[in-house]
Write a protein that binds this ligand. Structure first.
Ligand code: PBG
Ligand code: ZN
Length: 325
């Protein structure tokens, strides 16, 4: 048999397979999302996201230390306020939930890198990601609200801000207000390519941010489109985004690939709540091997072109990555 090329030669043992790996995963590229709420003594498990919790501020330092101990170095913070109104004014309140969490976190667990999600939907009474004009979100009226919120996060200690609203022009609005206030060095990670997705279902329960009427299709992207994702990413980079995100991850691998080849900034992928919930549910039934699926999914997202991975499995993945899985 005259066969010179035998691909199996490189698969013969573990050391060799690891030596020639094309995708190497590093825990420093992981970001762990966390939810903070008002109140005391709260560490409530989110029903549709087993293993993920709502933390009140007194419970937060312990939870943050656990993240740091797991080897994850960055978190993405979401706040659930007590009071909601038409324009979401508690989003930029000096004593807002995220602002208070940042002050506590930066003091108690300063070794973590603090990124905040900037959006209005957790703070508005109607659950949309901005101020309304009739039954739709008013793009230009929302920009100053987002800018103000981002600034208040940075002034409370955020290391990076991540706008997730999908309004046109919001990266420029945030960059301008940060620069004017002496925060020229604070990076922006924009949720640039964010689809209107049913995969956010569990999150909306967790963040109490489901829209009270309609959907988010007039501002989040149509999942039939990929070229449009390139347009969104390029626009945000032009406006000053330092990283761009594609969200969700697993059903959008083609988009991650195309964006990472077109846009010359780091690309983050957000493996969202629905992706987490599906793995958890199947694992609870004993139908899949949870650890194996988590490693395989993460590797495939990096292989598609992601530089950074935002995932509810970050703490577990940090360990798996250390083990070279
Ligand atoms: C807020 C926001 C959402 C997510 C992140 N930021 C929900 C939404 O847009 O409806 C989803 C995260 C997840 O599902 O894990 N705009
Ligand atoms: Zn929102």
């Amino acid at each position: 048999m005259d066969m010179v090329k035998r691909p199996r030669r490189l698969r013969g043992n573990t050391a060799l397979r690891k030596m020639v790996r094309e995708t190497r995963m590093d825990k420093s590229s992981l970001i762990y999302p966390m939810f903070v709420v008002e109140g005391t003594g709260i560490r409530h498990e989110i029903p549709s996201m087993p293993g993920q919790y709502h933390y009140s501020l007194d419970m937060l330092p312990e939870a943050l230390s656990e993240v740091a101990d797991s080897g994850v170095s960055s978190i993405l913070l979401f706040g659930i306020p007590d009071k909601k109104d038409e324009i979401g004014s508690s989003a930029w309140a000096e004593d807002g939930i995220v602002q208070k969490a940042l002050r506590i976190g930066k003091k108690e667990v300063p070794e973590l890198y603090y990124i905040t999600d900037v959006c209005m939907c957790e703070y508005t009474s109607h659950g949309h990601c901005g101020a309304l004009c009739g039954h739709d979100v008013d793009n230009d009226e929302t920009l100053p609200l987002l800018a103000r919120t981002a600034l208040s996060h940075v002034e409370a200690g955020a290391d990076m801000v991540a706008p997730s609203d999908m309004m046109d022009g919001r990266v420029a609005a945030i960059r301008t207000i940060l620069d004017e206030n002496g925060h020229k060095e604070t990076p922006i990670m924009s949720y640039a390519v964010k689809y209107a997705s049913a995969f956010y279902g569990p999150f909306r329960e967790a963040a109490d941010s489901a829209p009270s009427f309609g959907d988010r299709k007039t501002y989040q992207m149509d999942y039939h489109n990929a070229k449009e994702g390139i347009k969104e990413a390029l626009l945000d980079v032009e406006e000053g985004a330092d990283l761009v995100m594609v969200k969700p991850a697993l059903s959008y691998m083609d988009v991650i690939r195309r964006v990472s080849e077109t846009v010359h900034v780091p690309v983050a992928a957000y493996s969202v709540s629905g992706e987490y919930a599906m793995i958890k549910a199947a694992a609870a039934k004993g139908w899949i091997n949870e650890e194996a699926i988590v490693c395989e999914s993460a590797a495939s997202i990096y292989r598609a072109g992601a530089d950074v991975l935002i995932t509810y499995y970050a703490k577990e993945l940090a360990k798996f990555m250390e083990e070279g899985r």
